[in-house]
Design a binder for this molecule. Structure first.
Ligand code: PLP
Length: 812
């Protein structure tokens, strides 16, 4: 894009304060972390309880950004940049996008529905891109923020737009419609997704159809209600019942679906490499648009034969030789490259960043322009090493420093040498036809197929939930001890530090040191510091919990030796947990030691509740809170200090928000597990433990399965063997028909005893094959359900998952 800032004034009608109202803008950003922010950036400071964009403006000005859309000018920023001041920055972003969209005049397809939007968009892109310069929503950018960002990426060279619109409640579609301004509408499958936001199906349909208010034609499956709503708009319908403009007969084969299409007295066949109903519907949406655009049946048949599964997520994986791999081996266009580079910056675990990149497609630029832009992007993102694969990229980027090129993926694979990759974060990004998944396989750490998938969006959601339960000024500390409750500490700490949590809590010094080495600068408290680690702790700026006079003396001794002054410490009071901490009778001695002591400084005073989740002990908890109030007050008054006070853990935040003092300590809730059933409803599942079926067996009546013949078949059963056992942290007591796993959405009960590295499950009646996925826990069964059945607590199950299980992090 290229637009003058005075057009912003036209588009969003702000009041202006700044240095120069007429500057050139060539990109829009809402993400302060992006290394793509530069002098040409227009930054929209979106609000948010956790991450108000306004807070990042001083940093952005330092980095050269000069144009901001804001609700107010942050302190100290006046006269240092241009500020376009509005009441609502999200609305301004939407208005700006709507204005920008109005500058272009080419066919735009608006896609909505409950399911299939992204797949239809991606398949259409695949099928039509040989003939059009397509601009499309990247990934599944279909929200109130995602849609404007998608549209703002349009440029003069594009001649077809494919944008998806997703809504979760009434009133949202109208805004998206103004931004997308589609000429052609596609309504995909209408299912139950996002039903919570609507009173009924009719309301949902009505809202969705608002996208099509001004379209020339709407493509949809024959649907009386929708057609009534669309009265006055031309429709182009399909049906399996012979009553539509295009009539389809579907035949499902082992792993393909054959669609016979009858249209205008003509009949032809489309075969897609899928055998499920949803894929058939999505393919039909695609062929309908192709018919509308005038494609011949031969072309449609040929293009749709190549549709493929869509992976929208960028995945972070452990790589060989200490590398981290970011797998984006499914697309390579300019827009998604920008997103992937931002993602790389946020998730890198090393200074050195490498990208393996295929030819880049569909930008709407000429080849030279495109690679000039790509070069700029790679430079702005400080990419240390670029490996280009493909005819075009090899020549176009040849002058880039540290550029290595291969003409084909095959050439790369034959010359591959594992030793040339170590301790770097590698983004693997290639168009589908380059089959970069084969490169990912080589670079990935070789472990078994069992993975614990961690959903970073859910972590952010859960944090937001607990933040909404406390006052805005209350600080928040997040416990990442025990390897982030088994979920992986570094990735999570990185997310939390961006979310500006105030403290991180670890159990031992070495956990804190690992976080510092990984670049985390958020203050860290070590909850069980050992005297032997004090020296290292001070070197890494780790702050000790001080629970006894003996410990305090030892720490002061180290501080003295190292010439430290005012080193932050955290005083732990024992108000009833009886684990660690000062009791009432020890306070005088503590105060005496701290008086006139300049080596350390009391940063916080805290205590821990033993039973915040046990309703029966409510009075006991209130008693703990009361003691904490009095004891801490005594220390504060005698020493005349002003420390942070905190006592609440997850269940405390939920049940005793009145005792939040100055900070709370969130643990298990962040990881999606609340101790209270009501609380859990507000949380999202974070971890999903998955494995695959190794082998399938048919067991005859009278035969047994597993060690000690604990399972005897009384009738014919079919079993699947999974490569996960008690050494991976699955409690052995979960076997013998007590527990189950989910395979293709169905419960498969565990047959026989769980072995060290394997277990068998009963798959009689379940449609599955070797290589299919099995979910050990996640949304079903939940860790809570497992813990209840096994007489333990979710904490134990989560933290027991062995380190040999690979953690994979993803973000939608
Ligand atoms: C682990 C821990 C927490 C967090 O407890 P959750 O129940 O997981 O929220 C808080 N404070 C201290 C001192 C802890 O050790």
């Amino acid at each position: 894009m290229s637009i003058k800032t005075n057009n912003i004034i036209k588009a969003v009608n702000p009041s202006f304060e700044g240095i120069q109202p007429d500057m050139e803008i060539d990109n829009v950003s809402i993400d302060s972390r992006s290394l793509q922010n530069n002098i040409g950036t227009l930054f929209f400071a979106l609000p948010g309880k956790n991450r108000d964009g306004h807070n990042y403006i001083p940093e952005l000005i330092e980095n050269g950004v000069l144009n901001f859309v804001v609700t107010h000018i942050p302190n100290g920023c006046k006269n240092r940049a241009n500020f376009f001041i509005v009441n609502d920055t999200l609305k301004a972003l939407q208005d700006f996008a709507a204005y920008y969209r109005g500058l272009f005049n080419f066919p735009v397809v608006g896609i909505t529905g409950s399911n299939g939007k992204t797949i239809v968009k991606e398949w259409l892109n695949y099928a039509l891109s040989p003939d059009y310069n397509i601009i499309r929503s990247p990934k599944s950018y279909n929200s109130q923020v995602g849609v404007p960002l998608s549209v703002i990426a349009i440029n003069e060279k594009h001649n077809l737009g494919l944008f998806e619109a997703g809504i979760s409640t009434t009133g949202e579609m109208e805004k998206l419609a103004q931004i997308i301004k589609p000429n052609i509408g596609i309504l995909t499958h209408l299912g139950p997704a996002h039903d919570e936001g609507f009173t009924d199906m009719l309301e949902k349909i009505k809202e969705k159809l608002k996208l099509f208010k001004d379209t020339d034609v709407v493509i949809l499956q024959k649907n009386a209600i929708a057609e009534l709503e669309l009265e006055g708009t031309t429709t182009f319908t399909w049906s399996y019942n012979g009553d539509a403009d295009v009539n389809i007969t579907k035949t499902i084969h082992t792993d393909t679906t054959e669609l016979t299409v009858d249209y205008n007295g003509d009949s032809f066949k489309v075969v897609i490499p899928f055998f499920d109903d949803a894929s058939a519907e999505n393919a039909i949406s695609c062929l309908m648009l192709m018919l509308h655009l005038g494609y011949s049946s031969d072309f449609i048949t040929e293009r749709l034969a190549g549709v493929y599964p869509i992976e929208m997520r960028l995945q972070v994986k452990n790589g060989i030789n200490g590398c981290t791999i970011i797998d984006d081996s499914y697309s390579s266009d300019y827009q998604s490259l920008k997103i992937a580079l931002d993602f790389l910056e946020q998730h890198k675990t090393h200074k050195k960043k490498t990208i393996i990149l295929s030819d880049v497609f569909q930008s709407g630029f000429t080849v030279e322009e495109l690679y000039e832009h790509v070069t700029q992007l790679l430079t702005a993102n400080n990419i240390s090493r670029v490996i280009g694969i493909g005819e075009t990229i090899s020549t176009q980027l040849k002058d880039f420093p540290n550029f290595i090129s291969y003409k084909t993926t095959q050439e790369f694979l034959t010359q591959y040498n594992a030793n040339s990759y170590s301790n770097e974060t590698i983004l693997v990004k290639g168009a589908r036809s380059f089959r970069f998944e084969e490169i990912v396989v080589l670079l990935e750490e070789k472990t078994h197929e069992t993975v614990l998938e961690i959903n970073l969006n859910s972590i952010a959601h859960n944090l937001k939930f607990y933040r909404s339960r406390i006052k805005p000024e209350t600080k928040i500390m997040v416990m990442v001890k025990a390897f982030g409750y088994g979920s992986g500490s570094y990735e999570i700490a990185k997310l939390l530090s961006h979310q500006k949590v105030d403290y991180l809590g670890v159990a031992f010094a070495d956990e804190g040191i690992a976080l510092r080495n990984a670049g985390i600068s958020t203050p860290i408290i070590v909850m069980n510091p050992e005297a032997s680690a004090f020296s290292a702790m001070t070197a890494y700026k780790l702050e000790p919990e001080i629970y006894s006079v003996r410990e305090l003396r030892a720490f002061i001794e180290i501080a003295k030796q190292k010439n430290l002054s005012d080193y932050p410490i955290h005083i732990k009071l024992d108000t009833g947990m009886h684990r660690l901490g000062f009791e009432n009778y020890q306070l005088d001695e503590l105060i005496e030691l701290l008086k006139h002591n300049n080596f350390v400084s009391v940063k916080s005073i805290f205590s821990h509740l033993s039973s915040s989740d046990v309703p029966q002990y409510r009075d006991f908890t209130l008693g703990q809170i009361d003691k904490f109030t009095q004891w801490s007050q005594k220390i504060i008054d005698t020493l005349s200090i002003n420390p942070i006070r905190h006592i609440l853990n997850t269940s405390g935040i939920y049940h005793f928000p009145e005792a939040q003092f100055d900070m709370v300590r969130l643990g298990i809730g962040l990881y999606g597990v609340g101790n209270d059933a009501q609380e859990r409803k507000s949380l999202e599942n974070v971890g999903t433990l998955k494995t695959v079926i190794l082998q399938i067996k048919d067991i005859q009546p009278g035969e047994s399965v597993g060690y000690s013949r604990k399972f005897m078949a009384s009738e014919k059963v079919r079993t699947a063997t999974l490569p996960i056992g008690y050494a991976d942290g699955i409690p052995r007591s979960w076997g013998n028909e007590k527990g189950y796993v989910m395979i293709n959405g169905k419960k498969a009960v565990i047959t026989g005893t769980i072995s060290m590295d394997m277990m068998m499950v009963n798959i009689t009646g379940i449609d599955c094959k070797e290589g299919d996925k099995a979910v050990i826990f996640g949304t079903a069964p939940t860790v809570v359900e497992m813990a209840e059945a096994l007489g333990t607590i979710p904490y134990e199950i989560l933290t027991s998952i062995s380190q040999r299980v690979k953690r994979v992090f993803y973000q939608e």
